[in-house]
Design a protein around this ligand. Sequence first.
Ligand code: GUN
Ligand code: ZN
Length: 452
Amino acid sequence: MNADNETLLRASFFDFTRTVDQPEALSDAARYFADGLLTLRAGKIVSLESWSSAALRVDSRRVTDLRGKLIVPGFIDTHIHYPQTEMMGAFGEQLLTWLNNYTFPVEQQYHCATHAAKMSDFFLQQLLANGTTTALVFGTVHPQSVDALFSAAERLSMRLIAGKVMMDRNAPDYLTETPETSYQQTRALIERWHRRGRLGYALTPRFAPTSSPQLLERVGQLRREFPDTWLHTHLSENPQEVAWVRELFPERNGYLDVYHHYQLTGARSVFAHCLHLQDHEWQCLHDTGSAIAFCPTSNLFLGSGLFDLKRCWQENVRMGIGTDVGAGSTFNLLQTLGEAYKVGQLQHYKLTACEALYRATLGGAQALDLDDKIGNFAPGKEADFVVLDPAVSPLQQLRHGNSKDIFEQLFVLMTLGDDRNIAQTWVNGQPVWQKERAGSTPGCCPHTGVPG
Ligand code: GUN
Ligand code: ZN
């Protein structure tokens, strides 16, 4: 392939050149080009270099000039529920009553493939409008919910991991299934979607309280049959939930042991929340190479608790950031990092912008065991990235202008920033979302109120 097939972008760039297991190593792994050149070809990164080292070689007429913008790797959302988009901001409940009063009735609607298709498109547009290029996503118990989401993601060439919820007890009849049905439907979905293009399948038992031992046995069987699928569930989010798991599984040594017993821990296992872990549970997460999805806005919104950022480094457990929409209150990872900072403050932990950005990019990729494919601008990686407008309001311009370095600029972005700062989102080497064009959304669907 010759250079005509290359895309050349000139802008500022920030990423991390390698994964780290201590926060002290982050500043060394961070890379910043105030004036850089990114070269793409066939959906992959060819190189990132300083403009000064490239300028003599490249034909500047072929360069797209984005000076004034900051380009970072696409944001990675390690825990989100697409069917809960339409119930964000549900008032007044904590986890278990929130599920019963709001979540289950909304998820019932996804038996309708038309509704699922409309909401899938809407959901993916929300991800892209917020600079998120990869997500680990819960569907509902209905296989058609996942067919709709994967179909929509495939049209966009997104790297997306998703799965059908598996649950067979402690939920309304209209959302429960038998272990056998759950197994068969999940198996068929894996065969249809797993490793198709950039898509991956996650076994998705909702959480221990809605899973019988027989169901978990079937999940374990699928994991053995399809060892490179992901496992995605909730763990230790709320004190009442933790106590309930102890009642339901008295023979197990705590909440995580329920999953561990059925061989559901390990690399590619992602546990959302992890707020009330015991010492041996941290140890188990580390020993098995399991990952955590830290969901700050959800944890604050549902009053679930404060994630221990310091302990996560100490125990050397992989961790990424999740929005957990719809318990989470935004799709936007910048805002989510701002809330993560406040969670740290409440525990006297100073979450730097460097650490926060790492968790939302390369660290998140590592949590999903995808750091060989996405998360930074290393040659050969898939070209998923976000073009940020670093200052879009008078206040942001004031604060950006008086920042002393890139780290302060990034901190201001995660404190004052939101979806207004997302200028473009690129997936697989193509611009799939641009702010300037996004205003012209067509009218709403008369049945669902969903734009499109
Ligand atoms: N635990 C079980 N299901 C859910 C869910 O849908 N959202 C959250 N936040 N926690 C859960
Ligand atoms: Zn969740």
